[in-house]
Design a protein around this ligand. Structure first.
Ligand code: PMP
Length: 443
């Protein structure tokens, strides 16, 4: 709640600026404690580029601490100390903060090429294109790949950036039931046999768009079945790995790694760096041919500022660590910790009698609150007990499927999770959210 959007980028050293005063007021409103902001160690370096104002200040005053289950910091790389923060601090002295240009003009640095090569290798594709914002990565790439006369088949729960990109493209859009392969096949068959509206000509191209891990549901895409369908119906496949890259699979390389599917079966692998990598921006990985054409055609990379050097460094260092190239084994440890934490929290919440959606390996754990009236109560009661969670309701979910969404991180300890279980159990009793053991068996 404390973060203004990234439009407010210029703070520099004006301590009494509008934004610092605004931030102070927001913190006081939110936590109801008197607060003083003082310049932190990282202020000169980070203040101008990041939308995460909280990291640029050291808070004084009696700020209340909470166990944070609300952020996507899956592998704990967003922490303000550690190898990433050190590497970023160093890079700013050689590269500064900004590339000051688009990729087509003067904004291409060796760091871009180096990071793109690493990202392509990480996901197992030939080439990669980096884009400064995850949302724009989807919305502009889909509009570059499809147009009027194309058919887009979209999971009904696809993220807004995918929906926006699909609408922007002018393509004809058909939607199938969430993660339902039988419905997908029925929709495909119907759309292919009908052809384009009115003319019934064959489609120019067909793009199936799914996510790797759905962040409101905790469900993992049924990739092997979709790959089988792809062989039969010859469409192109676009997978958004925002929540799965770095978060699932034995080597942290997303859904292909999770299922042991060869990435060559997926035409476009998209992901963001805002979750597991604790950075910003997104990527598209595909064949060299597709990436070369997107370099000229993708509006956010042609017309928008290229990724900042410090963001590139954060991505590079975290990915290097996940790949085990730093020789410490710390990246693999983070992956194992995340996998263990996700299973531990999910299975114990189920045992307590809560209804939990999603896959057992998902680090996003949705807990059903059902009634929308319980949304603010759940959030407030958790906050009172020093637990920060995200609560979600209509229109993001159906009216009777309000939920709390827990995001597990590798930086949570077992003690943190035991604390979470105690608090959630107490709040669950208070709000009548648990099922009896008979109901649980029936469910
Ligand atoms: N795709 C998905 C599936 C997402 O959940 C999000 C945002 N959480 C995005 C794309 C947009 O990414 P970003 O927040 O990095 O702009």
């Amino acid at each position: 709640h404390l973060m203004p959007s990234n439009g407010y980028a210029a703070l520099t050293s004006d301590w009494d600026s509008f934004w610092t005063r605004n931030l102070k007021r927001r913190i006081e409103d939110c936590f109801a404690v008197p607060t003083t902001l003082v310049p932190g160690r990282t202020i000169n370096m980070l203040e101008r580029v990041t939308n995460d104002y909280c990291r640029t200040f050291q808070f004084t005053g009696r700020l209340k601490e909470a166990v944070n289950l609300s952020s996507y910091n899956y592998l704990g790389f967003a922490q303000s100390t550690g190898p990433c923060a050190d590497a970023v601090e160093e890079i700013v002295h050689s590269y500064g903060m900004s590339s000051c240009g688009t990729r087509m003009e003067s904004g291409s640095l060796d760091l871009h090429t180096k990071t793109e090569e690493l990202v392509a290798e990480f996901v197992g594709k030939e080439a990669a294109l980096l884009v400064s914002m995850g949302y724009a990565t989807n919305s502009t790439t889909i509009a570059s790949l499809t147009s009027k006369g194309s058919l887009i088949i979209s999971d009904e729960l696809n993220h807004n950036s995918l929906v926006f990109g699909s609408r922007l493209s002018g393509a004809y859009i058909r939607v199938f039931k969430h993660n339902d392969v039988a419905d997908l096949e029925a929709v495909l068959r119907d759309a292919i046999s009908q052809g384009q509206p009115r003319t019934h000509r064959p489609w120019k191209n067909i793009l199936l768009i799914v996510e790797g891990l759905y962040s409101m549901e905790g469900s993992i895409v049924k990739l092997p079945e979709i790959v089988e369908l792809k062989k039969k119906y010859k469409f192109h496949l676009y997978v958004d790995e925002a929540h799965s890259i770095g978060a699932i699979g034995p080597r942290g390389r997303g859904v292909c790694d999770y299922y042991g599917v060869d990435p060559k079966h997926i035409d476009i692998l998209m992901g963001t760096f805002t979750k597991s990598f604790g950075a910003a921006g997104g990527y598209i990985c595909a064949s060299k041919e597709i990436i070369d054409s997107l370099r000229l055609d993708n509006h956010s990379s042609v017309y928008g500022e290229s990724m900042s050097p410090i963001i590139l460094q954060q991505i590079y260092t975290s990915m290097w660590s996940i790949m085990g190239r730093d020789g410490t084994g710390a990246g693999q440890e983070r992956l194992s910790r995340l996998a263990w934490n996700a299973r531990y929290l999910g299975s114990n919440l189920r045992k307590l009698g809560f209804i939990i959606y999603g896959d057992r390996d998902s680090p996003v754990i949705p807990l059903l609150l059902f009634n929308p009236a319980k949304i603010p109560a759940f959030s407030r009661e958790c906050r009172k007990r020093d637990l920060a969670v995200v609560v979600v309701g209509f229109p993001a979910t159906s009216i009777v499927a309000s939920r709390a969404r827990f995001c597990v991180s590798a930086s949570h300890t077992k003690e943190d999770l035991d604390f979470v279980l105690r608090v959630v159990s107490e709040v669950g009793d208070l709000l009548g959210l648990k099922m009896s053991s008979r109901q649980a068996l029936e469910a």
